[in-house]
Design a protein around this ligand. Structure first.
Ligand code: 3NM
Length: 217
C-alpha cells in the first residue's frame, strides 16, 4: 500500500492506462520508462483481444504494481474488483456497465481510490452522489483503442461537467495525444488519461515527457 496523495488532482495529471495488449514493447519496461517520463498514476487495463487472463494476468499485475510502488505511483486496476482486493491495489476504476457503483464502493478498503468512467453531466452527477474519488470523461477525440466508445463530444463535455461540479477531480480520456492534451486541460480537466500515445510509442519515456509539457498547470 502507498500513502494516498495529498492532492489527487495533481496525481491525475498524466494517467497512463494500459495492459499488455496495448504495448509495443514489454509492458513492465513500458511502464517503468513512462513513469520516468513523468506518468503520475497508472491503471492496469488488461482487456480485449490478446489480453492475459487468470494466473498470467495476476502475475503481470503484481509486476506492474511493484514498478509503480518503486516510484510511489498509485496502482489502479480496471474493472476487476476481485483483483483489486487480491492485489490490494491503490484503487479501482470501473465503467458504467461494471456493476452497482455504491456496492462496489462499499466493498473497497478505505485506502483504495475509486474512479468511474462517465460520458455526460448526468453520469457525472450520479458518480459524485455516490462519492467517487474521481471521474474519467470520454471520449475526448476519436480513438481506435476502444471499440465500444460513446459519441465523441470533444472537451466541451468536460466544460459542462466542470460548471456543475467545480471541485470533483476529472481526467479526460480518448484519443489524447501531445498535440491535443492542452485542450482537455483548458476545458477544466485536472489531467489526461492516455493509452496509445505512450504504450504504442517507440520511446515511451519521451512520449510521456511530451504530453506532460501540455498538462502542467
Ligand atoms: N475509455 P487512447 S476511450 C479506455 O471514452 C478508454 O471512456 C474511453 O485510448 C472512454 O488513449 C478509451 O489510445 C481508450 O485513445 C483510450
Amino acid at each position: 500500500m502507498i500513502k494516498q496523495p495529498i492532492d489527487l488532482k495533481q496525481q491525475l495529471s498524466l494517467y497512463l492506462v494500459m495492459g499488455s495488449q496495448n504495448c509495443k514493447h514489454d509492458p513492465v519496461e513500458t511502464l517503468e520508462k513512462a513513469i520516468e517520463g513523468g506518468v503520475t498514476l497508472f491503471q492496469f487495463r488488461e482487456k480485449g483481444e490478446g489480453s492475459k487472463t487468470g494466473e498470467e494476468k495476476i502475475e503481470l499485475g503484481l509486476q506492474l504494481k511493484e514498478v509503480c510502488h518503486q516510484y510511489d505511483v498509485p496502482f489502479i486496476v480496471n474493472d476487476d474488483l476481485g483483483l483489486a482486493i487480491e492485489l490490494d491495489t491503490d484503487g479501482l476504476h470501473i465503467g458504467q456497465e461494471d456493476g452497482d457503483m455504491k456496492k462496489i464502493k462499499d466493498t473497497l478498503k478505505s485506502h483504495q481510490l475509486f474512479g468511474v468512467s462517465t460520458h455526460n453531466v448526468e453520469e457525472a452527477l450520479e458518480a459524485h452522489r455516490i462519492g467517487v474519488d474521481y471521474i474519467g470523461v470520454g471520449p475526448m477525440f476519436n480513438t481506435t483503442t476502444k471499440d465500444d466508445i460513446e459519441e465523441v463530444r470533444s472537451p466541451v463535455v468536460i466544460k459542462e461537467i466542470r460548471e456543475q461540479l467545480p471541485d470533483i477531480p476529472i481526467v479526460g480520456i480518448g484519443g489524447i495525444k501531445h498535440d491535443n492534451a492542452s485542450q482537455v486541460i483548458d476545458a477544466g480537466a485536472d489531467g489526461v488519461a492516455v493509452i496509445s500515445d505512450i504504450a504504442q510509442a517507440d520511446v515511451p519515456m519521451k512520449a510521456a515527457e511530451r504530453i506532460l509539457k501540455d498538462v502542467k498547470y
